[in-house]
Design a protein around this ligand. Sequence first.
Ligand code: ADP
Ligand code: MG
Length: 632
Amino acid sequence: MGKILVLDHHTIDQIAAGEVVERPSSVIKELIENAMDAKATAITVEIKNGGVLYMRVTDNGIGISKEDMEVAFLRHATSKLHDIDDLNDLTSMGFRGEALASISAVSKMECISKTADSLLGYRYEIEGGVPSELEEVGAPSGTTMIVRNLFYNVPARRKFLKSETTEGNYIQEMLEHLAMARPDISFTFINNGKTKISTAGNKDLGEIIYRIYGRETSKECFSFQKEEEGISISGVLGAPTMNKSTRSSENFFVNKRYVKNSLISKAIEEGYHGYTMMHKFPFCVIHIDIDPSAVDVNVHPQKTEIRLRDGERVYEIIKKIIHGTLAEREMIPNCTIDQEKQVKEEIPVQPEPFEQVRREVESPVNSSTFTEFEINFEEDTKTAFHIEEVKPGEDTKILSHKEEHPHQNIIKEKESVIIEKPTQISFFPELKTVLSKEARKQYEIIGQLFNTYWIITYHDQVYFIDQHAAHEKVNYERLIKKMKENAVVTQQLAPPLILSLSTKEIMIVEKHMEAFTSLGFEIDLFGGNEIALRAVPMEVYFMNEKEMFLEVLQELSEKPVAGDLHVVTYQIATMACKASVKGGKKMSLQEIDALIDELLDCENPYHCPHGRPTMFSMSKYELEKKFKRVVE
Ligand code: ADP
Ligand code: MG
């Protein structure tokens, strides 16, 4: 072993920096958290080259006073925590007091800030931890932090960064989450000169989803807000037809923080159960507000993982609220013949945070026209500016203070006008209408197509119902309901069906005997490869029982089901119902009439147990368009 050395401050800072600053996105995260703690209502993030060369975060918050400026960059300097008791205060985003110290140890950093009660702002530069003198500058209230050349003095760390595009994408993704977490804050994200995200900060989550995910997605979402046992759950649910193949579109926020938590994911998926296709995941943006003392956020250094006290109760409430919300809606996908051309809409540029006057006048959704300008924070330029009084509708001028300060004349000014068409964000499903008892009387059943689909009209809408999917659903819901009530009705088979099975099939029957029995199957095992099927549930009785049962066994051997009894039972019920209605059969008008009646009684009439839709609709208008009777 070598001689023991006490590390100098510089080295300690660089090592400590590694814990806070892993990559450009972690810098941005810390700077934004500071801006939010400073009560900013508008935050602009600009990056160049994936953030590695240039990052800027500008806010309109309370600012940093002259006295605090240098102190703020010292390690363990924080205005948010005075003693250990304050640690329990979770309202602040971060309280370690080391972000600025850490970032400035591994970059060239610049801070311009002005508090509301000070006439002048101050500019402070710190390079690799070495500070410059404070300078007076003209600046709007708020803070701008600029970080250049990240890890210029720690090449080992720089080597670990991914490509500029990937680093830029990390930042964008984080900003998307932040924008959804805080609809009350206006976020702007500019990457290499292009505005990528711009939200109004008008508390409208729908608007943010529209900005981030586009028109198509936001059209298929609806908002909701519910509360139960002190837990408030609100946000936007995507229509189940927007099936996703991964969990990445399940966005949820606990007490305004984007978090990951498998229990909550599971609760959401269970809430969607029966609506989404199997093995698919929903799109949603959900805010869960809960007593902060029931949430442990300090599980993970980045605070993205949380632990819930009383998780089981939270799980049940989330699941129930989501399920209930979906059940209230009409989930019939509406079909347009001409798929709408996807128009990539340009994101209107939001004014910079410090343009408070204009910000209050416009929101990108409701406004029709607005003026926009940009300040170019050029690299290697020192910035200082102030804004003349701005009146709505007037052009805004930026004046630079050339007189007293040496480097304040380099701000470029650009003016342009964006005309934005007013956009209507329409949320997809309405409250149940067609599938209500009142509407039922006004249906006109037109007939059956291809022995499979029923056509029904109601008002100006034509509905196509998949007879098999509908049948499956009706039987399934009935069977599950009776099972839950311990009231399954079985149909005895006389004489019992003797079936010869393979060894694998015998094993499956043995393994799932309890599930079969709870659904109303009566099966005798003889010890060899033969079994006797003595009874089946009423709901699956009317077709060929032998074929139905063998098909269930075949499905179980191809796709083994695992999990607790509850899960297995539901899956077997799904398979049995599917197997029992297979094959095209011409139904009479009376039969379809009865089936529709039963469908109306279903909790979720819109999807078969496998998640396929039971029906879709098309409007008269859509047909008229097709026949060119109406001009769009
Ligand atoms: P912490 O956020 O844990 O207190 P930081 O190093 O991130 O530590 O910041 C140090 C201090 O600098 C903060 O406590 C705050 O007083 C001040 N500060 C940093 N960023 C801003 C900002 N954007 N607006 C106002 N004050 C800020
Ligand atoms: Mg901080």
